[in-house]
Design a protein around this ligand. Structure first.
Ligand code: HEC
Length: 160
């Protein structure tokens, strides 16, 4: 049986080796740690933001006539802007290592989402109702385009 004194250097050597190992890993980039898998990111971040963006402007036809939906206050416009930022930046999250499916179309759809979200953000900043409507459509095409290509019904394909 090892005495306390003799065991310690062994432990120190192990600690040093682990520390050296983590130095090498850090040199490859920031220590990203994806908490949500692709599906949870969609459900918890992207879908709520996109839904808010889509619901913020529109027209409803009622028996009494046409009803316009649009943000009414500065605060409401800020919330639309925030949703657009969330949509845009989530395109970057999709390109992180463990989520990225490939370097071609996956990245292209993610970039489309960033561009569409950016355009929606600018439309919201300009208080441009038609612009938010049009860029919302652009966002929808990026979501739907990627889904058509990558959302196959295999529950084990993506990390939950
Ligand atoms: C770059 C590709 C890509 C883009 C862009 C994308 N998605 Fe997805 N989305 C996926 C994939 C892949 C799945 C299936 C994940 C799975 O089954 O684990 C998915 C699944 C989902 C789901 C189902 C989540 C669940 O709980 O089952 C929702 C909701 C969703 N996406 C919403 C959106 C919305 C809204 C947008 C646009 C704002 C969007 N997605 C953009 C790839 C994408």
């Amino acid at each position: 049986m090892l005495s306390r004194a003799r065991r310690f250097p062994v432990l120190a050597a192990v600690v040093a080796a682990v520390a050296l190992g983590s130095c090498t890993a850090e040199e490859t980039g920031p220590p990203f740690r994806e908490v949500a898998g692709t599906r949870l990111l969609m459900a918890s971040v992207m879908e709520p933001a996109a839904d808010h963006l889509w619901a913020s402007v529109g027209w409803i036809i009622t028996p009494e006539g046409e009803e316009h939906i649009r943000p009414q206050t500065d605060e409401e416009w800020t919330l639309v802007r925030n949703s657009a930022v969330t949509v845009a930046e989530s395109g970057n999250l999709l390109m992180m290592d463990r989520r990225k499916m490939d370097d071609e179309d996956w990245v292209a759809w993610s970039r489309d989402l960033i561009d569409a979200g950016d355009a929606a953000m600018q439309a919201a900043d300009a208080r441009d109702v038609q612009g938010v409507f049009d860029t919302g459509e652009q966002v929808y095409f990026a979501c739907a385009g990627c889904h058509a290509q990558y959302w196959v019904n295999d529950p084990n394909q993506f990390r939950q």
